[in-house]
Every structure is written in structure tokens, then in C-alpha cells.
Ligand binder design. Structure first.
Ligand code: PAF
Length: 326
């Protein structure tokens, strides 16, 4: 009996020791994004988590921080640089403030379709842009997706730049976008996303612009009456990592993060495509008036000067490469 008790005690302490080692070994990766836990970014975060945990055999576990709980996108990118956040899924909205090379992607009407944008981002140009991030104290893991942006407002239906004139519209903290809206006669009001719903609710701004994915995930129908499918710019998202974390990893561990980011991007894009198919119907059901018959030519004409302002400042090399690849 004594030896049985000793054996049980021995097995128990061995089990406790293994559990302790495992508990010690599991490193928590803090992943932040600004959208709700039912959004396309959250679908991407789940895929990241599942892939990283599987590939690493539980060495890493992922804690998702949705809804801007770690701050807006600009604040989270700063967090990556100093290592207070490990992984972020972000639009390119504030990215140009850190990685000016990414501004090219924010030019209005640059891409005509999802296929074209995805093809460029998955090819050499996309990889070059991801590589550039390391010059700016960031790690570019993969290009994910936010979607084509459309305008919403609570003043009037918009089908032409003339209708949009004079509206106060929240934009991302992105000077290429702000410039383009100014050219259209809109008053751009840059603002971090976590403040947008309240600003719309309180009438600080009349409208905002975002993809169907975001309009659905954020329930903007509660504070916006009109949606116009302007598709004025493709909004990529990037899965970014902190150099503080990634530079401390082995090559194998780092490759798990890259694979997890790719799986995340794939899952997000699938969700974007699904919402492109089903989202507008839902928004109509929720009471928004939706203008689908938008003649894009006058919008394109109105924002043309933004291209010159961009090339004067950053040159045309990247833009030419993107155009040549189309
Ligand atoms: O409008 C924005 O700031 C971005 O599109 C959002 C909603 C944060 C998603 O990246």
C-alpha cells in the first residue's frame, strides 16, 4: 500500500511538473485590431490563432484584443514598434505615417477589382512593400484585406461629387485620402476609428467611408441613413508584427508567424467576399438607402490631382510598377 501511495504521489508530482513546464512554455501573443469580434478582422484573428497554436504545438497562444481595446490603428502600430503589442491587423490608413512607401496603395481608384488588388499584393510588389516595413521598425507578415470603401452619410443620398460637396466626412488619418476628399469638395475630418460611431451619433461629422465589411460589423445603420457604393478606393489590411518579438524568434518560429498571417489573410478575404455578396441586402433590411448606380467617372476626375500631389512627393516608380502589372 505504501509503495502504491508513493507511486501515486510520484505520478502526481510528475504530472504537475509537466503541466508547469507547459504552462511556462506557452507564450501569449497579444493580437489587436479595431473591429468587433464578429468582423472580418476577427475571422482573420481566429485563423491566425488556430494556425500558430497548431504549428507551434502550443508553444504560443494568441489573445485577441478586438474593438480597439488596445487603441486605434495608429496607436497599435506605435505599440508594435516598442513591443507592447505583438501582432496587429490594420488597414493602411495610418500606415503611411510610418512607412511612406505604403501610401501608393491609398490612391483612389488605383485598383479596379478585388482580383487585381489581391494579385498585386500577393506578387513581387506586395512582397517588396512588406519587406520595406523592416526599414521602419515593423515586420510586414502578410497583406490581408479591408475592402473597397464606400461613402455613408446622414444628410442626403450621394450619387455624384456635387452631392458630396460640403459634407463633413470622417476619414482615416491618411494624407492621400484627405487630399482626395478635399479635391472632391468634401471636408475631411481625420479621426481614429474607435471615436467614429460617437462622432456620427453626435453629428460632429455627417458621414464616413468604409467597406461593406466595416459598415456591417460596426452597425453604422444605427447612425447613418445613406450608403453610396462609390468604391472610391481599395483598402488593404496588413498583418504586422513587432520586431521586438519577431527578431527574438528562431527561424522556424518566425516561419510559423508568417504562415499564421497568410492563413489569417486568406480567411479574412473569404469573409470580405461573402459580405460583398450579402452585406448590401442586410444594410437595406436595416433601413439604409443604398445607391448602387454610381457613375464613377466624375469621382475619378475630381480626385485626379491627388495623384500629382503623390508623385511630386514620392515619385512614380511604385505607381508605374502597379499600373504595368495590371
Ligand atoms: O476606417 C478605418 O479606420 C478602417 O477602415 C478600420 C475600420 C479601422 C478598419 O481597418
Amino acid at each position: 500500500r505504501r509503495s502504491l501511495t508513493t507511486a501515486i504521489a510520484g505520478a502526481t508530482s510528475a504530472l504537475l511538473a509537466v503541466t508547469a513546464v507547459n504552462a511556462q512554455a506557452a507564450r501569449t501573443i497579444n493580437l489587436g485590431h479595431t473591429l468587433s469580434d464578429s468582423s472580418h478582422y476577427s475571422v482573420g484573428a481566429d485563423a491566425f490563432e488556430e494556425t500558430l497554436e497548431r504549428l507551434s504545438g502550443g508553444e504560443f497562444e494568441v489573445a485577441e484584443h478586438p474593438s480597439g481595446s488596445l487603441g486605434g490603428e495608429r496607436a497599435m502600430i506605435e505599440g508594435l514598434q516598442i513591443g507592447t503589442v505583438d501582432v496587429v491587423i490594420t488597414s493602411t490608413g495610418p500606415l503611411g505615417n510610418f512607412v511612406p512607401e505604403s501610401y501608393v496603395l491609398d490612391l483612389p481608384f488605383l485598383f479596379k477589382s478585388y482580383e487585381e488588388a489581391r494579385c498585386v499584393l500577393d506578387g513581387e510588389i506586395g512582397q517588396d512593400l512588406l519587406n520595406k516595413m523592416s526599414d521602419h521598425n515593423l515586420v510586414g507578415l502578410a497583406w490581408s484585406e479591408n475592402g473597397f470603401r464606400h461613402m455613408t452619410n446622414s444628410v442626403r443620398p450621394v450619387t455624384s461629387p456635387d452631392d458630396a460637396k460640403g459634407l463633413k466626412v470622417r476619414t482615416m488619418e491618411n494624407k492621400v485620402h484627405m487630399e482626395a476628399f478635399e479635391q472632391m469638395g468634401v471636408h475631411p475630418t481625420p479621426m481614429a476609428f474607435p471615436e467614429v460611431f460617437t462622432a456620427l451619433q453626435q453629428g460632429t461629422v455627417d458621414g464616413q467611408e468604409n467597406p461593406i465589411t466595416v459598415i456591417v460589423a460596426t452597425k453604422f445603420w444605427e447612425v447613418q441613413d445613406h450608403l453610396s457604393l462609390t468604391g472610391h478606393v481599395y483598402s488593404p489590411a496588413a498583418v504586422l508584427g513587432s520586431p521586438v518579438l519577431l527578431d527574438s524568434l528562431t527561424e522556424e518560429e518566425r516561419s510559423w508567424f508568417e504562415q499564421a498571417a497568410k492563413a489569417s489573410a486568406e480567411a479574412t478575404r473569404e469573409e470580405v467576399s461573402r459580405l460583398e455578396r450579402d452585406g448590401v441586402k442586410l444594410l437595406r433590411e436595416k433601413g439604409m438607402t443604398v445607391k448602387t448606380d454610381i457613375n464613377k467617372a466624375p469621382f475619378q476626375e475630381a480626385v485626379k490631382p491627388a495623384y500629382k500631389i503623390y508623385t511630386d512627393q514620392y515619385g512614380s516608380e511604385m505607381l508605374d510598377r502597379i499600373r504595368a502589372s495590371g
